[in-house]
Write a protein that binds this ligand. Structure first.
Ligand code: PBG
Length: 330
């Protein structure tokens, strides 16, 4: 990098007008970069606001279809489904997770039928399906790895059968990507892609999400025996490498903003399609501050998302997706 000495170089020359700033901007945000996570619930033509996520509601399947169609119209190419599972469907062994007729699979089928052009991503983890809110099967207080991987694999196959384009294992068990990839091949689902939540941290920023899926009251203890320690960076690279070797097509870093260093390192090291999840707590912070008049919410939203692009991400899962797409489209 060469920099002429002042006054030959005056960096302010290129900041003088909007035209020059746009012309020389390095990172850009577009609707192409966005994956929109939505919450689905049972019922018909209804929605329930999530109080800790102003602007976000759980939607019945018919409304989720309408949301998907709206998203497609805004140029968003992918939507990610999280089910709010009724209490009477939750069991110790989480059998509902691989029912062909569960809420998530019904929503996937309905969306793929009505809006085939949008990619549907699903969540592969057991936390909505058991009473304690853990991502795996719990035996005597321990989240057991291998038995959970078997369950997740059945769940993944049911989601692929329903027509999911992208499976998103968010559970952080060891070995699940390889197990799912092998099972998908055997079942003939050769073109179903996997976006591994490869570097997912045990984070305080998931609080509002757990409200949204009705898991917060339930969660016993924490997820530190399977999600990553926030102090670790090298471990994230090892996990990403492992998941890519096991057959992940894309990888994710989660949460987003506090882990931009990880996004950068992952993209530089592997060059694989790399995504960040701007999680519920990040969303809630921006919304809450904006509602209080403490920050300009629109600008903070755009700036936070542009930062992911600058850090090397190919895309971002964000609850702001439709709002951003609308703004960018103007
Ligand atoms: C659980 C899951 C979580 C999120 C996505 N999948 C929460 C958790 O790990 O407890 C968080 C998303 C968000 O906070 O927006 N499988």
């Amino acid at each position: 990098m060469t920099v002429a000495p002042y006054p030959s170089a005056r960096f302010r020359r290129l900041r003088r007008t909007d035209a020059l700033r746009r012309l020389t901007r390095e990172a850009r945000l577009s609707p192409d970069d966005l994956i929109w996570p939505i919450f689905v619930m049972e019922g018909e033509d209804a929605e329930t606001a999530v109080s800790s996520m102003p602007g976000v509601s759980r939607l019945t399947v018919d409304r989720a279809v309408a949301a998907a169609s709206e998203a497609a119209g805004l140029g968003i190419h992918a939507i990610c489904l999280f089910p709010y599972v009724e209490a009477d469907r939750k069991t110790e062994l989480c059998e509902e997770a691989w029912s062909q007729e569960n809420l998530s699979n019904r929503a996937t089928r309905a969306i793929k039928e009505a809006v085939p052009e949008i990619a549907v991503m699903t969540d592969v983890a057991l936390d909505p399906y058991n009473a304690h809110g853990h991502d795996g099967i719990v035996r005597e207080g321990v989240i057991v790895n291998d038995e959970t991987v078997d369950a997740l694999t059945r769940m993944a196959l049911a989601q692929a059968d329903a027509g999911a384009d992208i499976l998103g294992p968010s559970d952080m068990m060891d070995g699940r990507i390889g197990a799912m990839r092998r099972a998908l091949e055997v079942a003939g689902h050769k073109d179903v892609s996997i976006m591994s939540y490869a570097a997912k941290y045990a984070s305080a920023f998931y609080g509002p999400f757990r409200d949204a899926v009705g898991a917060s009251g339930a969660l016993k203890g924490d997820k530190k025996t399977y999600q990553m320690d926030p102090g670790n960076g090298n471990e994230a690279l090892r996990l990403v490498e492992r998941d890519l070797l096991e057959g992940a097509d894309m990888v994710m870093v989660k949460p987003g903003m506090p882990y931009l260093d990880i996004c950068r390192r992952v993209k530089e090291r592997f060059g694989a399609p790399t995504f960040a999840y701007q999680v519920s707590g990040e969303y809630a912070m921006i919304r809450a501050a904006a509602q209080n008049g403490w920050i300009d919410g629109e600008r903070a939203m755009l700036e936070s998302l542009l930062a992911f692009k600058r850090a090397g991400c190919d895309g971002i899962l964000t609850y702001f997706a439709p709002e951003v797409a609308r703004l960018l489209g103007r």
